[in-house]
Design a binder for this molecule. Structure first.
Ligand code: NDP
Length: 473
């Protein structure tokens, strides 16, 4: 039931409310939701963390975070109004007693136990299980409306993700768990399915028999910044490929679901993710590390963690038979750019030099779709981008940031932009197979220039099939 229309009070608990994710993403998103009047009459936002703090101190921090994130562009009156709904509770994630007290606290706050309780896990993964267990144990009945929001990373391999999901299932149903990958909150990513759905011509040509290859590029122009502790343990394959890139690929390659139910979308994405194949050869994976990575504070000397990965994959399904899929992503590169290229087949009589048609969907920093056509002036072929759309992202007054859109989905009990357990396990199966291969076969690490274009070797990957990466110069 959509909460704005519901009379039920709702409590959003942010576990780990003193952390970066809460400060940088969640609090500003809550302000945006307030601005757009998305909250029901009775709602409470409670920060829960170990650090001792009063309501007043937390409210001040909340205000400061919103003002900083919006560069001062806030309506002070509205923010003051929002902050009246904000509370803080000091507690230990491992203490059942603290969770029992918190349960009573929520009842006193709302005057009832008939509430919707959204529990946002804004804590490191090693704390997830304690919170799940204690929330599970303090429920008065199985029917309580508790919704858990757990942000990626979901484990670090098949085994740990399976263990996490089994653990959750002891206390909650899968329908109560919202597995969040913030990429799926980008309005440009959310527009992929409607674009395919509403434009039959696009969908007709974005099919295996018409497509020469699919390329997904996600370049970052900054390094690991202050996430060394996490990143050095996981690397780019697990951090970027396992969820962000594979989710985007699934949205491009899946069949269009014929109903709007989240379960049908999850089924279609799973059918692609579970069919992805990495053919075990050193030719199909290129790994790199930017030159200054090992000199970054807290990075262990001689770290072998990859900051760049390029892959050649296939979808083991008749509809995508022999269509190569190329993925590449890396940090500290020459530009910040995320885009998908669907390269169409050429006529058999066309020469290698003639450029192909491409459907290009840009996700960041620009958000638009374009189709390239080739025309001829005299003897020369001219390559043109035509039918370039305006933005495909939300650009009206009613736009919300990624976490705002996703929180609204949770409030509306809409799971469409979240992941299913099955999808995550299928993605880990692929990534685990690549990680095992890289360790066993000593896939070389290529060091690349800071702010360069990544290791040259990654261009060999597309050449295997006679193609080239699409670059913007
Ligand atoms: P932090 O490391 O900042 O931790 C958040 C809070 O959790 C801390 O303020 C602290 O609160 C508590 N905490 C930290 N370490 C421990 C510990 N070992 N045991 C118990 N409590 C601890 O995390 P982030 O806010 O950066 O991220 C939260 C989650 O979101 C993580 O799972 C992260 O991987 C994920 N994420 C974060 C992103 C980001 O942009 N930061 C992006 C994508 C995902 P206190 O001590 O007061 O209890």
């Amino acid at each position: 039931m959509e909460l704005a229309k519901s009379k039920k009070p709702f409590v959003l608990t942010i576990f780990g409310a003193s952390g970066d994710l809460a400060r940088l993403k969640i609090f500003p998103s809550l302000y945006s939701l307030m601005e757009q009047k998305k909250f029901p009459k009775d709602f409470f936002i409670v920060g829960f963390a170990r650090t001792k703090k009063s309501d007043h101190e937390f409210q001040k921090e909340f205000e400061q975070s919103v003002i900083a994130a919006r560069k001062g562009n806030v309506n002070k009156k509205l923010l003051t109004e929002l902050v009246k709904h904000v509370k803080y509770v000091t507690g230990n994630y491992k203490s059942l007693g603290d969770f029992e007290s918190y349960y009573e606290y929520r009842k006193n706050l709302t005057g009832t136990s008939d509430v919707t309780h959204i529990a946002y896990f804004s804590v490191p993964p090693n704390v997830f299980k304690s919170i799940i267990k204690n929330l599970g144990k303090t429920k008065e009945s199985r029917n309580e409306d508790v919704r858990l929001v757990i942000e990626k990373p979901f484990g670090k391999d098949v085994a740990s993700a399976t263990e996490l999901f089994h653990y959750v299932a002891r206390y909650f149903d899968e329908e109560q768990v919202y597995l969040l990958d913030h990429y799926l909150g980008k309005s440009s990513v959310q527009s992929i399915l409607p674009l395919r759905h509403a434009n039959r011509f696009l969908n007709l040509i974005m099919k295996g028999p018409e497509v020469a290859n699919i390329q997904i590029t996600a370049f970052e122009d900054i390094g690991v910044a202050d996430r060394v502790g996490y990143f050095d343990q996981v690397g780019t394959l697990r951090d970027m490929v396992q969820s962000h890139l594979l989710q985007v690929l699934a949205l491009i390659a899946m069949s269009i679901p014929i109903t709007e139910h989240a379960a049908s979308l999850h089924r279609e994405k799973y059918s692609i993710l579970s069919a992805l194949k990495f053919l075990k050869s050193r030719k199909n994976v290129v790994l790199g590390q930017y030159q200054s990575y090992r000199r970054t504070k807290y990075v262990p000397a001689g770290s072998k963690t990859e900051t760049f990965a390029a892959l050649r994959l296939f979808v083991d399904r008749e509809s995508w038979y022999k269509v190569p899929i190329y993925l590449r992503t890396g940090k500290m590169l020459h530009e910040k750019h995320t885009y998908i290229v669907v390269e169409l087949k050429k006529f058999a009589f066309q020469t290698h030099d003639e450029p192909p048609n491409r459907i290009i969907i840009e996700l960041a920093p620009e958000e638009k779709i374009s189709i390239t056509l080739v025309n001829q002036h005299g003897k020369e072929s001219h390559y043109q981008r035509v039918a370039s759309s305006g933005t495909i992202a939300c650009d009206g007054d009613d736009c919300l940031p990624e976490h705002g859109l996703l929180l609204l989905d949770v409030m509306r009990d809409n799971r469409i932009n979240f992941l299913s357990f099955q999808e995550i396990i299928a993605s880990w199966q692929l990534v685990d197979s690549i990680v095992r291969f890289k360790d066993k076969s000593a896939v070389p690490m290529h060091f690349y220039k800071d702010h360069g274009e990544g290791p040259d070797e990654h261009h060999e990957l597309t050449k295997i099939d006679g193609f080239e990466w699409f670059d913007w110069h």
